[in-house]
Design a protein around this ligand. Sequence first.
Ligand SMILES: Nc1nc2c(ncn2[C@@H]2O[C@H](COP(=O)(O)OP(=O)(O)OP(=O)(O)O)[C@@H](O)[C@H]2O)c(=O)[nH]1
Ligand SMILES: [Mg+2]
Length: 297
Amino acid sequence: MENFKSGFIAIVGRPNAGKSTILNRLVGAKIAITTAKPQTTRNQILGILNGEDYQMVFVDTPGVHRSKTRLGEYMNRAAIGAIDSVDAALLMADATKGFGPAEERIIAELQAKKIPAVLGLNKIDRLTREALLPQIAAFSEKFEFSAIVPLSAKTGDGAKILLEELKKFLIPGPMYYPEDMITDKTEREIMAEFIREKLLSYLDQEIPHGTAVEIMEMKDEKKICRISADIVCEKASHKSIIIGRGGAMLKRVGTAAREEAEAFFGKKIYLQLFVKVKDDWRNSNFMLRNLGFSDKE
Ligand SMILES: Nc1nc2c(ncn2[C@@H]2O[C@H](COP(=O)(O)OP(=O)(O)OP(=O)(O)O)[C@@H](O)[C@H]2O)c(=O)[nH]1
Ligand SMILES: [Mg+2]
């Protein structure tokens, strides 16, 4: 098509800033899980938005944080590394928190790679106007953003303005992905993430951060899809908490994940969950590779 434009835009920021929430809103589907806990996203996730005469490819990334495990290091690389391969970036910042070390590190990277960026000052639904203005001033001192857009990824306030600003980054180019594709994640990967979202939502503190989900079987039958998944955790004591008294916790996780998946896939689902212990898997290269956390060479 003549005048067709496209581009890759990385969504970066500290954990919990609202990166995945804005990705879902921009794409118009829940392709990335979101929770109140930091470090929800562990891997890059592509989200594709098709307009009449453009295609915008977003790269959602893990929050940039101080890592204590090999998994954490991998996540930081996935976030900072995304900046290498895009045309522009959307820096999502939590306006209730302000500027910090994560933002500083990201901005240094944007500067080094000469990547233009829009700042999304998020969560304005929790802020007064008076509190917002000094934030805008503080951020604009640190980097020459193409635009600063106060918004609420949660309510959608400001999202249209953000999209208009992001469109300015697009350049004449091809349609990189087919029109009906909204993400690069497979159904198995999306399903595993739905389960992990519920673990993060219902379990406390370090336990869910030490879990991973592996889909062992996903079989599409006429009326139903049969899925069985392993929940990997780090300790026997964690396993019993994940299962819960009389299996109550596992049931709660399973029911919520199943409902989420049925809405997404538009199909009845039969879901079976198993809990396995793998000592310190977050520091095991072998386990990380097995679970799909490996750097592409
Ligand atoms: N009040 C309010 N909450 C928001 C807004 N945007 C996101 N949140 C909440 O903030 C939390 C984190 O959102 P996510 O989208 O998972 O954040 P993230 O940046 O992807 O986090 P990581 O994947 O951990 O790096 C969730 O509980 C969201 O519901 C917003 O505009 N307003
Ligand atoms: Mg996220």
